[in-house]
Structure formats: structure tokens, C-alpha cells
Design a protein around this ligand. Structure first.
Ligand code: FE2
Length: 308
């Protein structure tokens, strides 16, 4: 039994030496900056969680991941079990935080009690006309050019030095369930896609992916859900027009089924746009998958060697 069962991932933290440059990238990527001080930049998506991306002024690097707990009581239980403190969270929306360190030294914030932000307007999706289902009749489809609408952070991928040790650490504390475990052989697992335990409520195929790779521990990527496929594609064009660094996409993953599009921020951190992912409940079980399933696509280009 885990100490708590998190609801979702919340935000990621980075350091960067030029906050104006980061702001330009985030706006091309489709986030809204809500706080810009000389030393910190905070951005949100269009959904109701008030924070999606935090940058502190400093040497470029990944600085941590945050997960959302259901309640303050969960945070108090976690703090007691870990010998940590429940502190006020100094970010838009307020709330409380317990800060932990995972087995590879990554900072992990577990947060609760944030005041929800008013959702930002996102153009209403128009129906698709399929060859076998004409759902948009006597109406045009017009997609305005612009950045994608990032709605929320959907998952984070961390490179770890020992998959089994990290898996145990995250499962024991935050209640993750394995969706797909990536095995090189029956004796050796490289990593796993982990989803939240929301009982019978459907949740994303993965909220956290842990991967034991050759590069050693570190940040792999953070993935933001956008409104829909049209939104992802117009966002792709915006990032291209702005001269941003495209990494991999557009394609459709096998595990999780998302349509994906990976970009790099000005310091090389990978951020992903995704849409149309699989949703499962706690009772949907776990699967074993291969590296070919992990890196393969249903359509789209193969992964570049830089990926991960
Ligand atoms: Fe991803």
C-alpha cells in the first residue's frame, strides 16, 4: 500500500541563464506566462491548474518535477513518513508542498491545496468528417494560425540509474501502477510507463516514465497535452516558423497511442506536445512490451539518435 495516490503530474522546474529567451520559447510552445520577475518565470496551460512550467535564473538545467496529491492530509501523511515538512508553496495558486529527493537526486515536489486558475479560452473543437462518418455538415473548418493551446502537463520522463530502485521509490510513495514495462529479456526491465491509481476513473496511460539508459540519470522530457490534432499541427508550424529546434515528430506512438511532436528549448531540454492518448483505469492491468514497441511508431518518422 502506497503512502498516497497522486492525482496527476503538476509542473516541471528548470534553471536558465536568460529568462526572456525562455519566455519567448514558452510562448511559441503555447504556454501563458503568469509571473515574470528578474529571477523567476512561471507559465501555465489553459486548464485549471495554475502552474505548468517554472524557470529560475541560473545555470541551465532540469531542477525537478511536481506531482499533485488529493489533499493536505495526504501531504501530512507523506511528510510524517519521510521525516519531511509540509511547507507553503511559493507559486501562483498557493497551496502546500512536501519536497523529497528521489534515488537519483531529482527534486520531487508533492503539492496540494492550490487555488484553481480560471481556465483560459480554447477554440471549440470542430467535428471531423471521416469517410464513414460525416459529422460536420454545412459548416466550414477554420483553424487560426498561432501557437498550440497547451492545456496541461501530462507526463514526465526521467532517466534513472537503477530502474527497479526508482520504480519502488515512486510506487511506494505516490501509488503508481505499471501500464507497460519495457523488458530487454524476462530478467531485465529497462523501464516502465506508470499511470496514476485513480480507481475506476480513467487516467492517462502514463504520468511518469522511468528509463534506465546509457546516459545515466537525468531529465528526458516533459510532455504537454494540447487541445487536439489541428491544434498540435498549427503549433508545429508556429514553432517551425519561429526557428525552434524540432526533435521528433509528428507521429503516433505505439505505447500510449498519442500523436506526438517533440521540440527542444533553447538549452536543449525536450518538451513534447501530445494529443489523443489512451486512458485506463486501475483495473486495466499491466503489460510487458519491447524496446521496439517503445521506439516504434504507428505512423511518422523513426526516433532520431538524440532522443532520450
Ligand atoms: Fe512523451
Amino acid at each position: 500500500m502506497s503512502i498516497l495516490k497522486i492525482e496527476d503530474v503538476a509542473y516541471v522546474r528548470f534553471r536558465a541563464p536568460d529568462l526572456a529567451e525562455m519566455r519567448g520559447f514558452l510562448e511559441d510552445f503555447g504556454m501563458t506566462v503568469t509571473q515574470a520577475t528578474p529571477t523567476r518565470l512561471v507559465a501555465r496551460g489553459a486548464g485549471s491548474f495554475p502552474v505548468a512550467h517554472v524557470t529560475e535564473l541560473g545555470d541551465a538545467g532540469f531542477a525537478g518535477v511536481a506531482f499533485r496529491a488529493e489533499s493536505l492530509a495526504d501531504l501530512q501523511r507523506l511528510a510524517a513518513a519521510e521525516g519531511a515538512a509540509v511547507e507553503a508553496l511559493d507559486l501562483p495558486g498557493g497551496g502546500s508542498v512536501v519536497t523529497l529527493t528521489d534515488p537519483d537526486g531529482h527534486r520531487v515536489d508533492v503539492v496540494a491545496g492550490q487555488s484553481p486558475a480560471a481556465p483560459l479560452p480554447v477554440a471549440k473543437a470542430q467535428a471531423w468528417n471521416r469517410s464513414d462518418a460525416r459529422d460536420r455538415l454545412r459548416a466550414t473548418k477554420r483553424i487560426a494560425a498561432g501557437a498550440a493551446n497547451v492545456v496541461r502537463l501530462g507526463h514526465v520522463v526521467l532517466n534513472v540509474s537503477n530502474f527497479r530502485a526508482s520504480e519502488q521509490w515512486y510506487k511506494d510513495r505516490l501509488g503508481f501502477i505499471t501500464s507497460d514495462e519495457i523488458q530487454l529479456s524476462p530478467e531485465f526491465a529497462l523501464g516502465a510507463f506508470l499511470r496514476c491509481d485513480r480507481g475506476e476513473a480513467p487516467t492517462d496511460h502514463h504520468t511518469l516514465f522511468l528509463m534506465q539508459g546509457r546516459k545515466g540519470p537525468g531529465f528526458n522530457h516533459a510532455a504537454y497535452e494540447v487541445a487536439d490534432l489541428d491544434d498540435l499541427m498549427r503549433g508545429h508550424q508556429r514553432l517551425r516558423d519561429a526557428g525552434r529546434h524540432a526533435e521528433w515528430g509528428v507521429g503516433r506512438h505505439i505505447l500510449g497511442s498519442q500523436v506526438f511532436d517533440y521540440w527542444r528549448d533553447p538549452w536543449g531540454h525536450t518538451l513534447e506536445h501530445w494529443t489523443d492518448g489512451d486512458l485506463f483505469t486501475a483495473s486495466d492491468g499491466s503489460n510487458i512490451a519491447s524496446v521496439q514497441d517503445l521506439l516504434g511508431v504507428q505512423w511518422g518518422p523513426p526516433p532520431p539518435p538524440t532522443m532520450g
